[in-house]
Ligand binder design. Structure first.
Ligand SMILES: Nc1ncnc2c1ncn2[C@@H]1O[C@H](COP(=O)(O)OP(=O)(O)OP(=O)(O)O)[C@@H](O)[C@H]1O
Length: 795
């Protein structure tokens, strides 16, 4: 059965087996948690190495394992105190040399821890689920709330708009109403005036009508008078005619009287003649004459009276005529007045009609305006109702909103509680995770064997095999050289069939540690072509074959994203350098000189000199190194591509040069938790140290030996440079190893280191493979002087 001790080179005589085992144990594992163990007040015993546990499992396989497996299947519940008690559990003091007992105790302790971790993962899952549920609830409520808020806002805006519209409408309507009312008032005034005018006109009309009637009466009286006057005139004319007839008759009478007088005169003469003759007779005749004279006088008197009467009648007629003329003139004036009145009345009627039409139109306008006002009032009422409804809905929405806000507050409180619980859980997880990793070992060495490649040659056989004994299953590797078997044991051995994913699973927990604030260093070591680049970088053209660096970066970014929910914010910075022939080259420098070396230009003029420094916190820094802020895997991929291009320039020169090139990729992670205001700074260094296998080409001859010696020399001098620097800084952690400097930059503070030893399985590389494996075994057993550092709590 291959044991771990078989891997180790011969020890110095001072190292007794028992004492050595203890020392080794203390070196390799004990230092990891010594401080912690002291704190716990434990007996100070370190845990048994993983290989020892396997041995115990093998020897004690049976009922106990079965029962433990049974325990593993079920999830036992732990309280915080249980966990604290478990973590602070003191080991029983026993026989310090009873390794078996210690292993058993340790195995039992690990089992309990596993159970505890499983319980914790379950609890954490529960918390996470609950948190997710609460968050989704909160999100949905927030969405609902924001939706309601938006709706409310929209409604409010709509309502405000409607209100402002309505207000505008109301103001315009009020203006219109005011205008209409003023118009109406004007119209009413106008109407009143017109009404008054109309009433005045009517009065005037009535007066005029009365006057007209009077005038008509007067006219009829005048007409009657005129008729009577005409009658009188006619009668006067008739009387006049009769008077004229009488006059003419009197004239004719006078004529006849005159004729009679003449005849009488003739007769007188005759009579005078006869007088003489008839004097006697005369006398009689005289008497007759006197009487005739009297009658004549009488007739003349009568004539005179008739004349006077005629004059009187004529005057009377004249008077009547004058009266008639006057009355005719009066009638004419009256008729003119009547015509004037008639005209005036007609005008008044027309005016009245227009006034009536106007009044009717105004009444129509007034009634339509009244209707409009009524409609507007109805509209106003409806809008007021709407406003009331909107106010009501707004108040209900407000209450709903308040309710939802209260609910959100409650949920936020619950979320805060859960977040505190989660933070507590996270702390516990971190502690448990770290404990597990400590138990696994802060420095672990993995071996990876690549498959046989066509370029290894068709006749090439595998020179490695994997023991299938229970204790070495998955941990052991055997190399055959010159018919002799060399067995080695590591923390894990990946055979040629192991995929990139299988390898990544083993280191993925370290990524969590990096995010938890621990410094992590992963580096690959091995001969040329053994698969270091393949392990670290993978094949860029095949996504399934991507290596540890891209996978861990993906995990870092994914986890950092998921930790955002817990308040974590991460800032990432990347730097890539190459150590070539003892000088440091910045592979991300923008003003890189073309050619092999930045430090040495073609003209022999020295370029930028990079120096290694240590800051107050014990971090190791390279001065003037380009540091790039990165936010995504893609950004890092392009940086890696740029770096590999910068590096590949050198590679084209010669294979030998690539063998002296050490590629160092560093990702600094700075995490800040806003919730807990706790700051965590972590640094994850992923280092691919190509070419370092050539240190141990002890079996090489000729050119290869020269080459190995040259590289060895260059590495030694680089080691000395860094060692001197470390000494100057009074920071000398690794005194005895040539390789320590390779680890030094990442072991400045608390760290977890993972070393991959890559092995080529072909026959032609057997001696190099043997050297690499021996070196790795020495690192694994801490002989090389790399201490398994004590764990420090993250800052
Ligand atoms: N596990 C593996 N599976 C398949 N192919 C592999 C594996 N490991 C390495 N290879 C192949 O082996 C070859 C050499 O590997 P790689 O370039 O990674 O070696 P290296 O150690 O980085 O070499 P160098 O030191 O010269 O840079 C590559 O073609 C690579 O694809």
């Amino acid at each position: 059965m291959a044991s771990r001790n078989q891997n180790k080179p011969p020890r110095s005589p001072s190292n007794k087996k028992g004492g050595r085992t203890e020392e080794l144990f203390v070196d390799k594992r004990g230092r990891i948690g010594a401080e912690k163990m002291e704190q716990r007040g434990a007996v100070g015993k370190a845990r048994a190495p993983l290989s020892s546990m396997k041995v115990r499992s093998d020897t004690n396989a049976g009922s106990e394992v079965g029962s433990n497996e049974g325990m593993e299947c079920s999830v036992v519940e732990f309280t915080k105190e249980d966990v604290e008690a478990l973590l602070n559990e003191k080991r029983k003091k026993g026989d310090p040399f009873d390794n078996k007992k210690k292993q058993e105790l340790m195995a039992a302790y690990i089992k309990r821890l596993k159970l505890c971790v499983r319980w914790f993962i379950k609890v954490e899952e529960g918390y996470v689920q609950e948190k997710e549920k609460l968050q989704s609830e909160l999100e949905s409520l927030e969405k609902k709330c924001s939706y309601t808020e938006i709706e409310m806002k929209n409604k409010m805006e709509e309502l405000n708009e409607t209100i402002s519209d309505l207000r505008r409408t109301i103001t315009s309507l009020e203006e219109r109403i005011a205008k209409e009312e003023s118009d109406k008032l004007e119209a009413i005034n106008c109407y009143k005036k017109e009404k008054e005018a109309r009433s005045v006109a009517e009065k005037v009309r009535d007066e005029k009508s009365a006057e007209l009637e009077k005038v008509l009466d007067q006219k009829s009286v005048a007409e009657q008078q005129a008729i009577s006057n005409e009658d009188l005139y006619k009668r006067s004319q008739e009387y006049n005619m009769s008077l004229q007839q009488y006059n003419s008759r009197l004239q004719s009478d006078l004529d006849t009287s005159n004729e009679a007088h003449k005849r009488l005169e003739i007769e007188k003469a005759t009579i005078v003649e006869s007088l003489s003759i008839v004097r006697g007779h005369n006398k009689a005749l005289q008497d007759q004459l006197v009487s005739l004279k009297v009658s004549q006088d009488e007739a003349i008197k009568q004539k005179e009276t008739s004349k006077n009467e005629l004059i009187c009648l004529r005057e009377e007629l004249k008077q009547i005529r004058d009266e008639r003329d006057r009355q005719q003139g009066q009638i004419k004036a009256l008729v003119g007045e009547v015509a004037k009145y008639k005209e005036y009345t007609g005008k008044s009627f027309a005016q009245l009609d227009t006034f009536i039409i106007k009044a009717n139109a105004l009444e129509v306008t007034c009634s339509s305006q009244k209707e409009q006002i009524l409609q507007l009032q109805q509209l106003l009422f409806a809008e007021k109702e709407k406003l009331k409804m909107a106010d009501l809905s707004a108040s209900t929405s407000r209450t709903v909103f308040e309710e939802q806000r209260r609910l959100i507050c409650e949920l936020q409180d619950r979320l805060a509680d859960k977040e505190i619980q989660l933070v507590e859980g996270e702390k516990l997880r971190k502690k448990l995770h770290n404990t597990i990793l400590e138990l696994k070992g802060n420095i672990r060495v993995f071996c990876r064997v690549r498959p046989l490649l066509p370029e290894d040659g068709t006749g090439s056989d595998m020179v490695v095999s994997y023991p299938n004994s229970t204790e070495s299953l998955g941990l052991g590797i055997e190399l055959v050289q010159s018919g002799q078997q060399y067995p080695f044991t590591f923390d894990k051995v990946f055979d040629h069939e192991a995929s990139q994913h299988d390898v990544f699973i083993e280191i993925s927990q370290l990524v969590q540690s990096a995010l938890d604030g621990y410094k992590v260093c992963i580096f690959a070591y091995g001969q040329t072509g053994s698969g270091k680049t393949y392990t670290m970088m993978g094949r860029p053209d095949a996504p399934d074959l991507k290596g540890l660096i891209p996978r861990s970066l993906e995990q870092i970014f994914q986890t950092s994203q998921s930790l955002k929910d817990q308040g974590w914010k991460y800032k990432m910075q990347a730097s890539i350098l190459e150590i070539y022939n003892e000088t440091i080259r910045d592979l991300l420098a923008s003003n890189r000189s073309s050619g092999m070396d930045q430090a040495r230009t073609e003209n022999g003029v020295p370029g930028k000199q990079y120096t290694i420094k240590h800051d107050a916190n014990g971090n190791t820094l390279v001065s003037d190194l380009t540091i790039v802020d990165v936010c995504s895997v893609n950004e890092i991929s392009s940086l890696l591509q740029k770096a590999s291009q910068s590096r590949s320039v050198g590679r084209t020169q010669m294979n030998e040069q690539s063998s002296r090139s050490h590629f160092v990729f560093t990702l600094r992670i700075c995490g800040i938790n806003e919730n807990t205001e706790q700051q965590v700074q972590g640094v994850l260094n992923l280092i691919d140290l190509a070419g370092s296998e050539r240190l141990s080409r002890s079996g090489a001859t000729g050119d290869r030996l020269k080459e190995a010696q040259a590289i060895n020399k260059s590495l030694s001098s680089l080691s000395d440079v860094i060692f001197a620097l470390a000494k100057k800084e009074d920071h000398v952690p690794f005194r005895n190893s040539k390789l320590t400097y390779l680890l030094q930059p990442c072991l400045g503070g608390d760290s977890k280191t993972l070393m991959f030893v890559n092995v080529s399985p072909d026959q032609s590389s057997t001696s190099e493979s043997l050297c690499s494996l021996r070196f790795a075994a020495r690192v694994n057993s801490c002989e090389i002087g790399i201490p398994r550092r004590q764990t420090q709590t993250s800052t």
